[in-house]
Write a protein that binds this ligand. Structure first.
Ligand code: FES
Length: 114
């Protein structure tokens, strides 16, 4: 699977989807990518979007075809994260906007990146 982080940010055209089947119209408007860490892996993802949509940006197939409700009901998108202050928080990624520097430390087993 090709990943958006493999491309230098200067070379990114933000109007181009990182996957041919990913419709960028599903995203809230964004003008830049922000960096997050997920289980030790760094990703550049669209600002101003839910974490779930950001996960889909870097792992189109497992997220798109996973068993997610996308509306806060199934809880299969739950993660634990840190904003750099050492305080562990928990959220549903389909209901939580991404924050630059977010460090996801634990994910529900349904969330896969390969
Ligand atoms: S995807 Fe079901 S609660 Fe988030």
């Amino acid at each position: 699977m090709e990943c958006a982080v493999a491309v230098a940010e200067e070379a990114l055209d933000l109007t181009q989807s990182p996957h041919p089947d990913l419709d960028l119209n599903l995203f809230d408007p964004f003008t830049k990518l922000v960096q997050i860490e997920v289980l030790g892996q760094n990703f550049k993802v669209p600002e101003n979007n839910t974490l779930m949509r950001c996960f889909q940006y870097v792992a189109f197939e497992p997220i798109s075809y996973g068993g997610f409700c996308w509306n806060g009901t199934c809880r299969q998108c739950e993660v634990k994260y840190d904003l750099g202050d050492g305080r562990e928080r928990q959220c549903l990624t389909c209901c939580t906007k991404v924050t630059e520097g977010m460090k996801i430390t634990e994910t529900h087993p349904e969330i896969r990146f390969e």
